[in-house]
Design a binder for this molecule. Structure first.
Ligand code: ZN
Ligand code: ZN
Length: 347
């Protein structure tokens, strides 16, 4: 099969031909119909992810068709249209047994712990519990875009942030994660404050229903501006970028007893940001992490998509070929992403 192969960190990957994967006993092989290109793939390529061993094939936001099943698989068959959370739980550890497969102790992550979906085919372990059946009317490109950003935002807003109608939500960073969060918070009936440094992204935030836009480059005190414009602060705030500054702003713009959700990854030298813990104590703030979403939570999200309450296709950016994805990947840190880039051509 054709695959994008990373031979060395920070060295341009190559499109190569490698052997087709075989189905593991507890897994399946999926013919990739579409796969998203994500900042996490860039982090992996430059060497920020300790799970990756070389040579490596990136890609974790996939949708496609099952073409082979392992001998332990009962629920799935050849021809099934599926997607999979970027964290697949082992099914046996305490977290999996408690329904928290997204923080499994022995997680399988395509594109990180194993070869991923920047390829014609991908082998998926622990498939019995982790595959998600796609509705017939949901195309592969849209399904791939649910990948990690939309699903992670869904969990962050709905399950961790527990956003309710009438509440204020601040979203710091309006990339794929942030724009998804804005759409989801609006669908729940919340008011949304969108914060970014980029006018185009703030324009997209407005189109998705954001009520208040804050250009953080033109605003010396972002947290103060959010508090002033929402009558004392937001109920729920997300750092959707993953940066010490957006993390601190997200905590400082909360109203008393507000909830901060850290969705953006903090890696390398930024992984231990200063937290305004004085404010956390004095105002009884709640801090949460959000790390993907388990397969059993997908029907709730897919149901909102089928009802038209959520329209993830509005977040799609460019569609590229497997070969073109290499340029997108290596330039990811230099150019601001505008919507979700999806690979939909593999030969
Ligand atoms: Zn587990
Ligand atoms: Zn991703």
């Amino acid at each position: 099969m054709k695959a994008v192969l990373i031979h060395a960190f920070n060295v341009r990957p190559e499109l190569v031909t490698v052997p087709d994967p075989a189905a593991p006993d507890d897994g399946v092989v999926v013919q990739v119909g579409a796969t998203g290109v994500c900042r996490s793939d860039w982090h992996g390529w430059v060497g920020h992810d300790p799970d990756i061993t070389l040579p490596h094939v990136p890609g974790h936001e996939l949708a496609g068709t099952v073409v082979a099943v392992g001998r332990e698989i009962r629920k799935w068959k050849v021809g099934d249209r599926v997607t999979v959370p970027f964290v697949s739980g082992c099914g046996r550890c305490h977290e999996c047994q408690s329904g928290h497969q997204q923080v499994c102790d022995r997680q399988f992550q395509p594109g990180f712990t194993h070869w991923g979906s920047f390829a014609e085919y991908v082998a998926l372990h622990h498939a019995e519990q982790n595959l998600v059946a796609l509705p017939d009317d949901l195309d592969f490109v849209t399904a791939a875009s649910l990948g990690c950003r939309f699903a992670t935002s869904f969990r962050a807003v709905v399950h961790q942030g527990r956003v309710r109608a009438g509440e204020w939500v601040a979203v710091h960073g309006c990339g794929g994660v942030g724009l998804s969060a804005i759409m989801i918070a609006k669908a729940l009936g919340a008011g949304v404050v969108a914060v970014d440094i980029d006018e185009t992204k703030l324009g997209l935030a407005r189109q998705l229903g954001a009520d208040i836009l804050i250009d953080s480059r033109a605003t010396p005190d972002v947290a103060g501006a959010v508090r002033d414009s929402t009558g004392g602060g937001v109920h729920v705030s997300l750092d959707a970028l993953g940066h010490p500054e957006t993390c601190a702003n997200s905590i400082e713009n909360l109203r008393t007893r507000g909830r901060h959700v850290q969705v953006g990854l903090l890696l390398a030298e930024q992984r231990r940001p200063p937290i305004p813990m004085d404010r956390v104590i004095a105002r009884e703030l709640e801090l949460y992490g959000s790390h993907g979403m388990p397969a059993h939570a997908y029907p709730e999200m897919l149901g909102m998509i089928r009802r038209g309450a959520l329209q993830p296709e509005r977040l799609l950016g460019q569609r590229v070929s497997l070969e073109e994805s290499i340029d997108v990947l290596v330039n990811m840190n230099r150019f601001q992403e505008r919507g979700v880039t999806v690979i939909d051509r593999f030969v």
